[in-house]
Design a protein around this ligand. Structure first.
Ligand SMILES: *[C@@H]1O[C@H](CO)[C@@H](O)[C@H](O)[C@H]1NC(C)=O
Length: 174
């Protein structure tokens, strides 16, 4: 079987991405989970509280079926850790240990990952525009549909209400 994402995916489960080691990951393994998908800078900025808040959400909701998938992307200015490199590394690796961080991808332009091309289409094709910066956030329902998109400036904790609704919604209700 070819390990390629379908040309016109009907849900996120038709897509295949690569993990940090370059192995294929078929997103259908996340069927029945609510997914929070976020693009992060490969070099982690230690002052960025998105990491803390994402970890808080994950801690609180992973038992109930939340998965957070992080995709490093260097299309946006690097957050400059400067001489604080080591601390940044530390924060970053802690962040990494909590939930999966995948292979580096493009989120905008012709070489954008099929996943991001799909995410940007959105459920009704209304999301269309480019990703603005690191930490744009997408919520995917338990049946693999992209239902919400949030700006990079939206704090992860403010997604909690939408997230809870999606977690409560059982997979078979439509
Ligand atoms: C998350 O990251 C974005 C982009 O760097 C930033 O604008 C935003 O303020 C951050 N949010 C929090 C809660 O740190």
């Amino acid at each position: 079987m070819a390990s390629q994402s379908k040309k016109n995916p009907e849900s996120i489960y038709d897509l295949i991405v690569k993990d940090a080691k370059g192995n294929d990951v078929d997103l259908s393994i996340y069927k029945g989970k609510v997914l929070l998908i976020v693009n992060v800078a490969s070099k982690c900025g230690m002052t960025n509280s998105n990491y803390t808040e994402l970890n808080q959400l994950y801690e609180k909701y992973k038992e109930q079926g939340l998965e957070i998938l992080a995709f490093p992307c260097n299309q946006f200015g690097e957050e400059e850790p400067g001489s604080n490199d080591q601390i940044a590394e530390f924060v970053c690796s802690r962040f990494r240990s909590e939930f999966p961080v995948f292979d580096k991808i493009d989120v905008n332009g012709d070489n954008a990952s099929p996943l991001y091309k799909y995410l940007k289409l959105g459920k009704w094709g209304i999301f269309g525009d480019d990703i603005q910066w690191n930490f744009a956030k997408f919520l995917v329902s338990k049946d693999g549909q992209v239902v919400h998109r949030y700006y990079p400036t939206t704090p992860p904790l403010s997604l909690e209400y939408d997230l809870k609704k999606l977690l409560e919604h059982s997979q078979n209700e439509k």
